[in-house]
Write a protein of this length. Structure first.
Length: 264
C-alpha cells in the first residue's frame, strides 16, 4: 500500500478551493470561475457584456495564498452605465430656473436692491447688456438708476467724502458749485453725515424747483454700471456695445468705479 503525503500548504489551498466551490453552489446555481490572480495594482474589472434573457451571471473568485489568504475577492461583471435600473422611475429633465416673465429670463443685467429704471432707460440698457453678453458672456451689474433728491444727495455726499472731482463730473458747473458749497459749510460746522446729506438734499430740491437738474438720474435719464470687476477687454467690449446701440453717452468714474450712462 502506497501512501501519498501532501504538504500542509497544498492541503490548505485545497481546503480553500473546496470552500469557494461550496459557496458558489449555495449562491443558487450561479456559474463559479476561479479568477486570475490580480497584479500589484489590484484586480481589473472586466468590461460589461450583453446578456440574453435567462443567462446566468458569472461570479469570479480569487483565492490568494500567503498572509492575504483571509481576503476573498468577489468580482461581479459591471453593469452598463446607460442601462436603467429595474423598477427605478424614469429620469426627469433638469429643472430650469424659474422666471417671472420672458423678459426676466432673457435679461442680461442685474439690478442691485433698491435700483429702479424708467422704461426708456431700461430698454436702452437691455440692448447694451445684450451686446456686452454677446462679446464677453457676462452680465452687467446696475448700481444706480432713477434717483429722487434724497438719493442724489447721498450719492454726491459719497463723492465729496472720497475726494472726487465733483465739478469735473457735472456739466452744470454752477449747480455743482452750489452743492459743493453746502457740503463745505456743513463740514466746517462739524455736522454729522446725516445732517450733511440733508443739507445737500435741500439744495438739490431747490434747484429742481427752478428747473435745474444736476444729474440725469433725477430726470430718469441715466444709469450707473459697475466696472470694478471688468478687465480691459471687458471695458472695450462694453464701450463697443454702447457705440453699436447708439444714443448713449458714457462717462467712466473712479469713485466708486463705474460707468455713468446718460441716455440722450
Amino acid at each position: 500500500m502506497v501512501c501519498t503525503l501532501r504538504s500542509r500548504p497544498a492541503a490548505l489551498r485545497g481546503a480553500r478551493r473546496a470552500a469557494v466551490l461550496a459557496l458558489a453552489l449555495v449562491a443558487g446555481g450561479c456559474v463559479a470561475r476561479v479568477a486570475p490572480e490580480p497584479g500589484l495594482a489590484g484586480a481589473r474589472r472586466s468590461p460589461a457584456t450583453a446578456r440574453g434573457p435567462g443567462e446566468q451571471v458569472g461570479l469570479n473568485f480569487w483565492v490568494p495564498d500567503g498572509p492575504a489568504a483571509r481576503v476573498l475577492s468577489l468580482q461581479v461583471p459591471d453593469l452598463d452605465d446607460d442601462e436603467p435600473v429595474e423598477g427605478a422611475p424614469p429620469a426627469s429633465a433638469a429643472p430650469r430656473r424659474a422666471a417671472s416673465s420672458a423678459s426676466d429670463e432673457e435679461r442680461r443685467y442685474v439690478l442691485l436692491p433698491g435700483v429702479s429704471l424708467a422704461p426708456p432707460v431700461e430698454e436702452k440698457l437691455a440692448d447694451i447688456a445684450d451686446a456686452y453678453f454677446r462679446r464677453t458672456g457676462k452680465e452687467l451689474v446696475v448700481t444706480s438708476g432713477t434717483r429722487d433728491p434724497a438719493r442724489q444727495a447721498e450719492a454726491m455726499h459719497e463723492l465729496f467724502r472720497h475726494g472726487a472731482d465733483v465739478l469735473g463730473l457735472y456739466k452744470d458747473k454752477a449747480a455743482a458749485r452750489e452743492i459743493k458749497s453746502a457740503y463745505e459749510e456743513g463740514l466746517a460746522a462739524e455736522q454729522p453725515p446725516e445732517a450733511l446729506v440733508e443739507a445737500l438734499e435741500d439744495v438739490i430740491r431747490a434747484q429742481i424747483d427752478r428747473g435745474v437738474f444736476i444729474s440725469a438720474h433725477l430726470r430718469e435719464g441715466a444709469v450707473d454700471v459697475r466696472n470694478r470687476d471688468m478687465t480691459p477687454a471687458d471695458k472695450r467690449a462694453f464701450l463697443d456695445g454702447i457705440e453699436e446701440v447708439g444714443g448713449v453717452l458714457a462717462l467712466e468714474e473712479s469713485r466708486p468705479p463705474h460707468y455713468h450712462l446718460q441716455i440722450e
